[in-house]
Design a protein around this ligand. Structure first.
Ligand code: FRU
Length: 516
C-alpha cells in the first residue's frame, strides 16, 4: 500500500465512525440533533428532569436549578441540577448543586440572595445565596411514617457553584402528620422586615415567617374548603397592576389533578398579603389557570430580579405527571417552558387577571422575519413561506366572529392544529394526530381554553420548537403549552381561514436562531 492508500483508508474509517457517532452524540444543553429535543428550550444534557427550582438572579446570571435524577430517564432519588444563563434562553450546564444526604432526597424549593446577611452565612461583605428546599426522607416514608418531609437550607458563597448544607437542618420540621409538606418558596417582605415562606401542605398552602432563614414561625393557612386535590409548588409575590401603581399579591399553586385538560397544571389566585395572611380579592376565592395546555407544571418565579428591571419572570416544567415518565425521548426526559413575564391587568369589566408573555430576550433570536399581507392570500388554506427546521414563531390577529387556525404538518404525515373556534369561543390545540401517542392513552387529544379577552379582535402568537407548541393568545390572557412527538419535524404550516375573510391582520413570521 502506498501512503496515499493509507491516507484514504484512514479517512474512510474516520468518516465512518464520525457518522455513526452522530446518533450517540451528547448534545449541549441548547441545540441538538436528537429527535424531539428542543433547540431553544432548556433540557438536561441527559437523564430525568422535573420541576424548576431555586430560580434566582445574581451578579449577571440567571440561575436555574431543577429536580434531577442523574442515573435514569425516570424519576428517582432527587438532586438539584444546575444551569446558568445571561438571558434565560442560552443556558450553560453546571455540575449538580445538591445531592441527597442522610436527611433525604432534595425535593423542590427556592433560592434567595440574603443581601442583609440575616443568616450570618455571608463572608467578607458578600451576601450568601441561600437555597430552601424539602428533604424527603425515603426511609421514613417506607417505614410508614407521616413526617418524612421537612424543610432545610444550604448556602453558597461562590455564585451557586458549591454548597454547604446548614448543620441544624431541618429548619421547618414536619408538624407530625402531614405527608405532603413541601416545596418552600421564600421572599423577603420589606414591610415586616422578615422572610416569608409559602409551602404546600396537602390540600392548602402554609405561610411561615423568619428573621434569619433559620428560625421559622407559623403564620397562616390558605386553602379552598373541601378541596380533594393535592397542592404543590406554590409561589407568592407582589405585582403592580399594569398601567397603575396598585399593588396586588399573586399566589401561584400547581395542582396535581383536575387541570383544565386533564392531569397536572399551574393555577393562581389574586389577593392581598399583610405579612401574615393571604386573602383572595373575592370571597369565592376564584382560582384561575396560568396555562390551559397540558404541559406547564410547577411554574414559579425568579427571585432577586433587580428593581431596575422590575419584571416578575417565571418558568414551568413542560410536561404532565400523567405521562412525563413515558414520553418517547431517548437519553433525556423533559424540557422547561420558555420563560414568561407575568403581569396583572384590570379588565374593562373590573376583573383582575394575570397575563403571561414570552420574555423579550427571546426575540433577539428571531431571524428571517417575513410579513405577509393578507391581501396576497388567495386561498383559505394558504401555505406560509416557512423553512424546513421546525423552529418558528407566527403572529396574527383577526375578528372574534371567525374561525382561524394553523395546520402544522410533517413529511411523516403528522398534523397539529392550533387556533380559535368562533362558535364555542375557544382557543384550541389539537395534537390527536401529531405523532407518537401510544405511550399514554388519552395523549392524542384536542385541548381547549376559554377566550378570556373582552375584545372583538383577538390575537395569537405561536412558537414551535420541534416537539412543543406555546400559544400566547390575546397578549398573554390565555396561554396553552402542549408537547407532542412527530415522526419528522413539522416543516409545513398552513393558515386556515374562513372563505373570503377580511379580518385577518398582517401575518408576521420568524425563524428562531439556534442559541449556540
Ligand atoms: C412536583 C413535585 C414536587 C416535589 C417534586 C419531587 O412536580 O411532586 O411537589 O417536590 O415534584 O420531584
Amino acid at each position: 500500500m502506498t501512503n496515499r492508500h493509507i491516507f484514504i483508508y484512514i479517512l474512510f474509517i474516520w468518516t465512518f465512525y464520525s457518522c455513526k457517532n452522530e446518533n450517540i452524540y451528547r448534545v449541549p444543553v441548547t441545540g441538538s440533533k436528537e429527535q424531539h429535543r428542543p433547540e431553544f428550550h432548556f433540557t438536561p444534557d441527559s437523564m430525568w428532569m422535573n420541576d424548576p427550582n431555586g430560580m434566582v438572579y445574581f451578579d449577571g446570571e440567571y440561575h436555574l436549578f431543577y429536580q434531577y435524577f442523574p442515573d435514569s430517564i425516570v424519576w428517582g432519588p432527587m438532586h438539584w441540577g444546575h444551569a446558568v444563563s445571561k438571558d434565560m434562553i442560552r443556558w450553560q450546564q453546571l455540575p449538580i448543586a445538591l445531592y441527597p444526604d442522610s436527611l433525604g432526597y432534595i425535593f423542590s424549593g427556592s433560592a434567595v440572595i440574603d443581601w442583609k446577611n440575616t443568616s450570618g452565612f455571608g463572608k467578607d461583605g458578600s451576601p450568601p445565596m441561600v437555597a430552601i428546599f424539602t428533604h424527603h426522607n425515603i426511609a421514613g416514608e417506607k417505614a410508614g411514617r407521616s413526617d418524612f418531609q421537612y424543610q432545610s437550607i444550604a448556602y453558597s458563597l461562590d455564585k451557586g457553584r458549591s454548597w454547604t448544607k446548614y448543620a441544624d437542618n431541618p429548619v421547618v420540621p414536619n408538624p407530625g402528620n402531614i405527608k405532603d409538606f413541601r416545596d418552600p418558596k421564600v421572599i423577603w417582605h420589606e414591610d415586616s422586615h422578615k422572610w416569608i415562606m409559602v409551602l404546600a401542605a396537602r390540600d392548602k398552602v402554609k405561610l411561615y415567617s423568619s428573621p434569619d432563614l433559620k428560625k421559622w414561625s407559623f403564620e397562616s393557612d390558605f386553602g379552598i374548603k373541601n378541596d380533594a386535590r393535592l397542592w404543590e409548588c406554590p409561589d407568592l409575590f407582589p405585582l403592580k397592576v399594569e398601567g397603575n401603581e396598585e399593588p396586588k399579591w399573586v399566589l401561584i399553586v400547581s395542582m396535581q389533578s383536575g387541570a383544565p385538560n386533564k392531569g397536572t397544571g399551574t393555577s393562581y389566585f389574586i389577593g392581598y398579603f399583610d405579612g401574615h395572611t393571604f386573602t383572595c380579592l373575592d370571597q369565592k376565592k376564584s382560582q384561575h389557570w396560568l396555562d390551559y395546555g397540558t404541559d406547564n407544571y410547577a411554574m414559579v418565579s425568579w427571585s432577586d430580579i433587580p428593581s431596575s428591571d422590575g419584571r416578575r419572570l417565571a418558568l414551568g416544567w413542560m410536561s404532565n405527571w400523567l405521562y412525563a415518565q413515558k414520553v418517547p425521548t431517548g437519553s433525556w426526559r423533559s424540557a422547561m417552558t420558555l420563560p414568561r413575564e407575568l403581569s396583572i391587568i384590570k379588565t374593562e369589566t373590573g376583573k383582575y387577571l394575570l397575563k403571561s408573555n414570552i420574555i423579550r430576550e427571546f426575540y433577539s433570536y428571531r431571524k428571517d422575519t417575513i410579513i405577509i399581507n393578507p391581501s396576497s392570500i388567495s386561498s383559505d388554506q394558504y401555505r406560509l413561506p416557512l423553512d424546513q427546521n421546525g423552529l418558528y414563531e407566527i403572529n396574527i390577529s383577526f375578528a372574534r366572529s371567525e374561525d382561524l387556525s394553523f395546520l402544522l404538518t410533517s413529511e411523516h404525515g403528522d398534523t397539529l392544529q392550533v387556533g380559535y373556534e368562533a362558535k364555542t369561543d375557544i382557543w384550541f390545540i389539537d395534537r390527536s394526530k401529531a405523532g407518537k401517542s401510544d405511550f399514554f392513552e388519552g395523549f392524542a387529544a384536542k385541548h381547549s381554553a376559554p377566550c378570556i379577552s373582552e375584545s372583538d379582535t383577538i390575537s395569537m402568537q405561536i412558537i414551535l420548537d420541534k416537539a412543543s407548541l406555546e400559544l400566547i393568545a390575546d397578549g398573554g390572557l390565555t396561554t396553552m403549552t402542549d408537547i407532542f412527538f412527530p415522526g419528522r419535524d413539522m416543516t409545513q404550516v398552513f393558515l386556515i381561514t374562513q372563505k373570503g375573510s377580511k379580518s385577518v391582520s398582517d401575518i408576521v413570521t420568524h425563524h428562531i436562531r439556534h442559541p449556540e
